[in-house]
Design a protein around this ligand. Structure first.
Ligand SMILES: [Ca+2]
Length: 450
């Protein structure tokens, strides 16, 4: 009997989700995060329509463990995926993943591209690790990767595909997995526009090999590219275990400064190409009138060093490797075009997306919803963000608090520590662990590491 209260409210349309992950993308190389050169207009436009998280951290600074974590909503110690080999189902056979929760609630749960781990370039185009039970559609677009036609070079000829700093300027986009992934995503949006969907769209760029059409390289003249700020003796206070963990990605990967600038140009080109594919998908959402009914998440899987401390790529516990780009644009939320300084973790994404769509997430998730930050980005959220690198030989654990980064390494019976004061040393040049003035902060941070 609704007549006394007027018209019965129309049933609320369920919100859709567009969940986009870009592989090996660091926030430091995006326009909306302040990079002076990189052109990322579509990520930037998403940030103008939502909240840009300025202090978002991955839980593991490597692809498979990080993805297993944020897609299950569990920390790496719980998923037990600590390398690029295992499938999380070995350890969590009945856990409900983020896409699976949507599938179980009647959504089309569509995957195109790399969501769970996919070796790049080795297993691009395969379904290995993609957890078929999580999806109603499981798509793995293929790409020619380093075998694409065009002019290419490996700036690190002693290192092969997957880690080597190899690039290809290709004449067109047609052979690329990300181009095909966007085409397929557009097709899914057109087909499923009238039913609820969770569309997981995984771009493999800017992961090496840096393959992009030539026009994206042309956006970045070498004369405009700047190397990371470096300081004499910076490495003297970094524990030796760090270089061992990085392996062949330390020591500038043996690239000279000219080669490093070429590497940066190729990385930026790969970002702008990926961004253009994102733009095609966002344009389709607008064309179909789906934007007002779709939660959009854009994120990386971990950070990436661009030569800071002579390090490249990931697998460190420094700020550039732990911090990720994260932008959330959600219908009806109050904050628009704001940056959020609260500490957040990728493990928080699953409960946030589920909550925004009114779904009840599993009780054992280990993150905390960020929904309040989408209305008021100045709210507090967490006092600590955790990142780990815990292999059988090395146990590395980092905590990021409002003002500090603390890292504890245990390897071969030895313990080493790092403490950086972000109030005066955002680039983490000076390890304060032996500075007596910081004894109290050191003790406070030590107590946060299990
Ligand atoms: Ca240093």
């Amino acid at each position: 009997m609704a007549s006394a209260l007027g018209a019965v409210a129309a049933p609320k349309r369920p919100l859709n989700v567009l969940f986009v992950v870009s592989d090996d993308l660091t926030s430091t190389a995006l326009g909306c995060y302040g990079h002076p050169l990189v052109q990322s207009p579509h990520v930037d436009s998403l940030a103008r329509n939502g909240v840009r998280f300025d202090r978002a951290y991955c839980q593991y600074a490597l692809c498979a463990p990080s993805r297993a974590s944020f897609l299950t909503g569990m920390r790496p110690d719980s998923t037990r995926v600590l390398t690029n080999g295992p499938d999380f189902r070995e350890f969590l056979p009945s856990h409900v993943t983020m896409p699976q929760l949507f599938k179980n609630n009647g959504y089309q749960a569509i995957r195109e591209g790399k969501m769970f781990h996919m070796g790049v370039p080795g297993t691009v185009g395969t379904d290995k690790w993609q957890d078929a039970v999580s999806w109603t559609h499981n798509g793995s677009p293929q790409g020619k990767e380093q075998n694409s036609k065009g002019e290419g070079k490996n700036l690190t000829p002693h290192i092969g595909p997957g880690v080597g700093m190899q690039y290809v300027k290709t004449p067109d986009a047609s052979e690329q997995a990300d181009f095909d992934a966007a085409n397929r995503a557009i097709g899914h949006l057109e087909k499923h526009r009238n039913e609820p969907f969770f569309l997981g769209l995984g771009f493999v760029r800017p992961h090496v090999p840096f393959v992009a059409p030539s026009e994206y390289f042309d956006k970045y003249p070498l004369a405009k590219i700047r190397l990371a700020e470096r300081r004499a003796n910076d490495l003297d206070d970094i524990p030796a275990v760090v270089a061992r963990t990085l392996g062949n990605t330390a020591g500038n990967m043996k690239m000279n400064e000219d080669q490093q600038m070429e590497a940066l140009r190729a990385y930026y080109a790969a970002i702008s190409f990926m961004d253009a594919q994102l733009g095609r998908v966002l344009g389709t959402l607008d064309r179909l009138g789906l934007r007002e009914n779709t939660v959009i998440v854009f994120q990386g899987d971990h950070g990436w060093h661009l030569g800071e401390h002579t390090f490249w790529q990931k697998r460190s516990l420094m700020e550039e490797s732990a911090k990720v780009p994260l932008v959330i644009s959600a219908p009806g939320r109050k904050a628009r075009g704001q940056g959020c300084r609260a500490l957040v973790e990728l493990v928080d994404v699953y409960p946030t997306v589920a909550g925004l769509c009114g779904l009840v997430a599993p009780a054992n998730l280990e993150g905390k919803t960020m929904q309040p930050l989408l209305d008021d980005p100045k709210r507090a959220h967490k006092i600590v963000a955790r990142t780990q690198l815990t292999t059988p030989k090395v146990d590395g654990r980092a905590v990021r608090t409002a003002d500090f980064r603390y890292i504890r390494w245990k390897a071969e019976g030895e313990t080493a520590e790092e403490l950086y004061d972000h109030r005066k040393d955002a680039r983490e040049f000076t390890n304060l662990v032996n500075d007596r003035r910081y004894a109290a902060e050191l003790g406070r941070h030590r107590a946060m590491v299990p």
